[in-house]
Design a protein around this ligand. Structure first.
Ligand SMILES: [Zn+2]
Length: 141
């Protein structure tokens, strides 16, 4: 047998097992409905109910994100039910013009970034939805 062909075949499953990320990625349209869990409408029309920790739920209920091209990371807890990874793992994104942007909130007065909607903990003003390139630095005051 040709050694150069044999070795990659043998090694591939081992490398794949730990190089693979832990969370599943889902992308679709964020669909918010009054009094019902927010769902992700996948390409093809299937819907998946989204849930997560409290700050994650805050984002899912933010009506500024209604109908966005939305990406989440996490795990299925049962068919049609998806648990988004905890807020600190940065598992929610919006796609805009081919760019994947992190869902964040920004206070223009204090230059403080948060990850769930609400008032700024410093000045108590409402934070602004700020879809952010994950690699871009924060603006300086
Ligand atoms: Zn503030």
């Amino acid at each position: 047998m040709d050694r150069r062909r044999f070795f990659p075949l043998l090694l591939t499953p081992v490398v794949g097992a730990w190089a693979e990320g832990t969370g599943k990625v889902l992308r679709g349209r964020l669909t918010q409905r009054e009094g019902q869990p927010t769902v992700l409408t996948l390409p093809g029309g299937k819907t998946v109910s989204l849930d997560g920790d409290e700050p994650t739920r805050g984002v899912l209920k933010d009506d500024r994100l209604q109908d966005t091209d939305f990406e989440v990371r996490g795990e299925y807890t049962q068919p049609g039910q998806f648990q988004i990874s905890p807020i600190h793992t940065r598992s929610m994104f919006v796609w805009q013009k081919g760019e994947r942007l992190m869902v964040t909130y920004w206070c223009d007065i204090c230059y403080i970034r948060t990850f769930t909607p609400g008032v700024c903990w410093c000045c108590q003003d409402n934070t602004r939805l700020d879809l952010k390139d994950p690699d871009a630095p924060d603006p300086k005051p």
